[in-house]
Design a protein around this ligand. Structure first.
Ligand SMILES: [Cu+2]
Length: 159
């Protein structure tokens, strides 16, 4: 009887160890799954640290099929894809001022965009889809304006 109880306890211990292990693995899996869901949110801001008129993230890297959300945290901003600054086959995109907007990126490549009213004030951003940089030369030829020129160069060199 004593022996049986002892082995029963052994099983109980083994069972709880397996349960614990499974729980740890499951939570690790769900953490990595949420890390894979690469949808991004970018805020449109009037000020961020020392910068005025700025997107909260200047470069985001996502997978094909991911969506980027731009939140109109401050009014007077929008998102406009720059002509020649997006992969071939991508349609024009220009969101309404002061409104939240989103875009689902189906075509891989680099997307350069600006905020229409502040395109000369450095309010630009890049989205890189599927780690595809095949349109980098076209991006380098984009005519950025005013303060955006220097920022664009920095962003391009960090791609
Ligand atoms: Cu703006």
């Amino acid at each position: 009887m004593f022996v049986m109880t002892k082995s029963l306890n052994k099983y109980k211990f083994l069972f709880s160890t397996i349960t614990l292990f499974s729980l740890v693995m499951l939570s690790a899996l769900s953490i990595s799954l949420s890390a894979l869901a690469a949808d991004q949110t970018i805020e449109m801001l009037n000020k961020l640290e020392k910068e005025n008129m700025v997107f909260s993230k200047k470069i985001v890297k996502i997978d094909k099929g991911d969506t980027v959300f731009w939140k109109a945290t401050k009014a007077g901003h929008n998102v406009e894809f720059i002509k020649g600054g997006v992969p071939e086959g991508v349609e024009k995109f220009r969101s309404a001022l002061s409104k939240d907007t989103e875009y689902k990126f189906e075509i891989p490549g680099i997307y350069a965009y600006w905020c229409t009213p502040h395109k000369g004030m450095g309010m630009i951003g890049f989205v890189v889809v599927g780690n595809d940089k095949s349109n980098l030369d076209a991006i380098k030829k984009v005519k950025f304006m005013g303060k955006s020129k220097k920022i664009a160069l920095e962003l391009i060199s960090s791609l």
